[in-house]
Ligand binder design. Structure first.
Ligand SMILES: Nc1nc2c(c(=O)[nH]1)N[C@H]1C(S)=C(S)[C@@H](COP(=O)(O)OP(=O)(O)OC[C@H]3O[C@@H](n4cnc5c(=O)[nH]c(N)nc54)[C@H](O)[C@@H]3O)O[C@H]1N2
Ligand SMILES: Nc1nc2c(c(=O)[nH]1)N[C@H]1C(S)=C(S)[C@@H](COP(=O)(O)OP(=O)(O)OC[C@H]3O[C@@H](n4cnc5c(=O)[nH]c(N)nc54)[C@H](O)[C@@H]3O)O[C@H]1N2
Ligand SMILES: [Mo]
Length: 705
């Protein structure tokens, strides 16, 4: 018997990017586990990935190319060969290019895998060269990144491991224990050392229950709370005047703006008490080092970008940046010296190529947008579940004249509608390198086993498609290893002493950015903003709304329209009693649809262990709201608004604040009670910045089914 252990990396779109060890015996994976040497992962995985081998070996894997034999959506397919599949795809695309132009082809993708090679940008160069519609993928963090850049610039800011040194930790719209699990031990260690942990979240999550203080804020009102903190800090002179004078711009203007956000007004907006607003401000200013950890859901409302602007001002105002473990943590990904232009090749985009935001898939496919979409190519994503306007997405996918190709592990709700399904490898069958948006380690993933069946990595998929389309430049023929070398700037100081050979010996390497005990990049300013300072008043605001290159196949897109307000402000929810009283009268409850503990977005929504853990789709409702509607715990309810409805089991609990209902996302349409899930009723509106979604800005009603 031959046994070996291989360095793997969790492929998922999650801040943790765990270093894994895969044990292979006689060519078969017998076990995956966390690498105990890894300082961030520390040997643990999670309920999603603990049994990753069951995903790899699932009987339901797609293992050959498939072609549709039944009606769209029926899920009936027959196997056929790769050569035939590539001939058919390239043939149909050439016809479409001649008839409708290349922009009638729409790529659709996100982060089914997060690898530098196989992840977010793997198809960009191909589709750019083809002249397909440019896909704007503002799925996650687009408003927040724009706002953070406008205030602090693209900086890693705080090492998540430095949190052990923090004295005051505010977890703001993040459910760390479910969604960023491996950060928790560092927070718990700080707590043991006497730090206070505060959670700002409308829901008493697993994380909130471990905190010292939970502030159950009304969704979408966080910008008001942040501005209220600024108001109190200035009014009570808790400002670090020296830091402000040397390393920030726009203090007087920020002071004027915050003057309107008195604790009483903020209390009325947020549903918290004025005393709580004052206490949070005082403690954050005085208990140094103080730090904020922002989650992704913070951006999902009309005020999302403004919220991140306001929060990002706070550490500069009180000088938290002076200390190790102080500041505000968003995404340390900016420490990785990526060569995005080489990966995405925006230079190949033909002049005048149209752009489509992927959240508009439903209206685009159903003809609402005056766009001709003749072919859809989906990889690394499951829009039938993750995108808003689910009803329109599904109707669009049913179109007989739409040529749909989906590259997948499984016949997802999206793949069910495909004309052709192509088999994709899982992480254990492919080579990749991983950056992280939650720590400062570069991680190697070596293939542990040969691809199952005829599955191919996304890199190989695009090599084959390029060949089929006649792209013969050597760029399209690079091996995975050559692509890995091209993807990063290895001469950057952050990668000093790190190379592929070294990674093969250890599995991971910490970027050369200093140790977690002395990571203080902004002790003396040095912000990567135009002024080099924290921009309370943003100079980039003059350029108007932005979607960053990462989200747009490689180029920075200033959106047409007015300049942005250079100062943070509070904008009420789109769907609220203040802004839309008629709507609020009919649909008085604010729904949020956060991550499910046991799924990774919609991934694992079909697998036994995780489904068993998750149970059926629930909607959590406060006892007062349940009583008013005669809803008993465990009963089937209908959650609805003008956009549609889905069914769920009521979970009556004070974990939801009154007026708020919580329905985790990720459940598959197939298997749902009425052919619909949370995104059937979520709104298509964008947040204030970066074309981010507004999943927390949704009014609904709940009734017994
Ligand atoms: N288990 C698990 N882990 C995951 C994922 C998963 O699907 N499952 N997905 C991964 C991905 S892609 C991402 S982006 C991250 C996201 O991870 P998080 O950043 O934690 O995002 P969410 O779970 O969407 O929301 C976090 C919390 O914000 C709260 N919230 C919602 N709206 C508001 C609001 O307006 N204000 C405030 N203050 N709080 C609000 C929700 O109640 C929720 O508890 O998780 C990653 N990790
Ligand atoms: N209501 C609501 N909607 C949301 C969110 C929310 O909180 N609430 N969160 C949003 C966020 S933050 C995100 S990031 C998005 C996530 O949206 P997606 O990135 O679309 O996430 P998944 O649903 O996990 O779909 C990824 C698909 O890729 C497939 N896949 C995995 N690896 C590979 C591979 O190597 N090759 C190929 N070809 N396919 C692969 C998986 O099997 C899976 O079906 O959802 C967004 N939608
Ligand atoms: Mo995400």
């Amino acid at each position: 018997m031959s046994e070996k252990t291989v360095f793997s990396a969790c492929p998922h779109d999650c801040p943790d990017t765990c270093a894994m060890l895969t044990t292979v015996s006689d060519g078969k994976v017998v076990n995956v586990r966390g690498n105990p040497d890894h300082p961030f992962t520390q040997g643990g995985l999670c309920v999603k990935v603990n049994d990753y081998e069951n995903r790899v070996y699932s009987d339901n894997r797609v293992l050959t190319p498939l072609r549709r034999t039944g009606a769209k959506g029926e899920g009936k397919f027959e196997p056929f060969g790769w050569d035939e599949a590539l001939d058919e795809i390239s043939g149909r695309w050439k016809e479409i290019v001649d008839r409708d132009g290349p922009a009638a082809i729409l790529p659709y993708s996100y982060l089914g895998t997060e690898g530098i090679l196989n992840g977010l940008n793997v198809g960009d160069a191909f589709f750019n060269k083809l002249g397909a519609t440019v896909a704007e993928r503002t799925f996650c963090d687009s408003a927040a990144i724009t706002a953070f850049f406008m205030t602090c610039g693209p900086t890693a800011a705080v090492d998540p491991e430095s949190f052990v040194h923090s004295r005051y930790i505010v977890l703001w719209a993040i459910n760390t224990i479910s969604n960023n699990l491996h950060h928790w031990p560092f927070i718990a260690e700080a707590q043991r050392r006497g730090a206070k942990v505060v959670v700002v979240d409308p829901v008493a999550t697993r994380t909130a229950k471990q905190a010292d203080w939970h502030l159950p804020i009304k969704p979408g009102t966080d910008a008001a709370l942040a501005l209220g903190m600024i108001n109190v800090i200035i009014a009570e002179d808790l400002v670090d005047h020296d830091y402000v004078a040397n390393y920030t711009v726009g203090y007087e203007e920020l002071k004027d703006r915050a003057a309107g956000f008195t604790p009483d007004r903020v209390a009325a907006i947020t549903g918290l008490s004025a005393a709580d607003v004052r206490t949070l401000a005082r403690e954050f200013a005085t208990a140094q080092p103080s730090v904020i950890r922002m989650g992704v859901a913070i951006e999902r409302n009309a005020s999302g970008g403004n919220t991140v602007r306001a929060l990002s001002c706070l550490p500069g105002l009180v000088g938290s940046w002076r200390h190790c473990g102080g500041g505000i943590l968003h995404m340390p990904i900016w420490a990785f010296p990526m060569k995005w232009d080489d990966i995405s090749r925006p230079d190949l985009i033909p002049e005048g190529t149209p752009v489509l935001n992927q959240w508009r898939l439903g209206p685009a496919l159903t003809g609402e947008l005056d766009r001709k979409i003749s072919s859809l190519f989906v990889y690394n994503s499951n829009p039938a579940v993750v995108a808003p306007e689910q009803g329109k997405v599904l109707r669009g996918l049913e179109r007989e004249d739409l040529f749909t190709v989906v590259s997948e592990h499984f016949i997802t709700d999206t793949a069910r509608y495909a004309d052709i399904v192509l088999p994709a490898t899982t992480q254990l069958e492919q080579f990749d390198l991983m950056f992280s948006w939650g720590h400062l380690y570069l991680t190697l993933n070596e293939p542990a086993i040969a691809p199952r069946g005829e599955a191919v990595p996304n890199t190989e998929l695009f090599r084959r498609l390029a060949r089929a389309m006649g792209f013969d430049d050597p760029y399209w023929q690079r091996t995975d290893e050559e692509m890995a070398v091209d993807a990063l700037d290895w001469s950057n100081p952050a990668l000093e002493g790190i190379d592929l050979d070294g990674l093969r010996k250890t599995g991971y390497a910490r970027l050369k950015v200093g140790s977690p005990d002395d990571f203080v990049p902004h002790r003396e300013g040095n912000f990567p903003t135009p002024s080099g300072k924290v921009e309370f008043k943003s100079s980039m605001a003059a350029g108007g709304n932005m979607v960053l290159p990462l989200f747009r196949q490689g180029y920075l897109a200033h959106q047409p329209g007015e300049p942005l307000d250079p100062l943070p402000d509070f904008v009420p929810q789109n769907e609220s009693p203040d802004t839309n009283p008629d709507l609020a009268a009919r649909y008085p409850l604010n729904m949020i649809s956060p991550k499910s503990h046991a799924f990774l977005n919609s991934s694992y929504g079909n697998l036994g262990t995780q489904l068993h853990h998750a149970g059926e789709q629930t909607v959590t409702i406060h006892p007062a709201d349940a009583d008013a509607r005669g809803i008993a715990g465990g009963s089937e309810v209908r959650v609805f608004n003008d956009r549609g409805d889905f069914h769920a089991l009521a979970e009556v609990s004070e974990d939801a604040r009154p007026g708020v209902v919580v329905a985790p996302m990720g459940y598959w349409v197939k298997g749902s009670r009425n052919g619909a899930t949370v995104n059937a009723i979520n709104p298509p509106a964008f947040a204030d910045y970066g074309n981010a979604p507004t999943f927390s800005d949704t009014l609904v009603e709940v009734a017994a089914a």
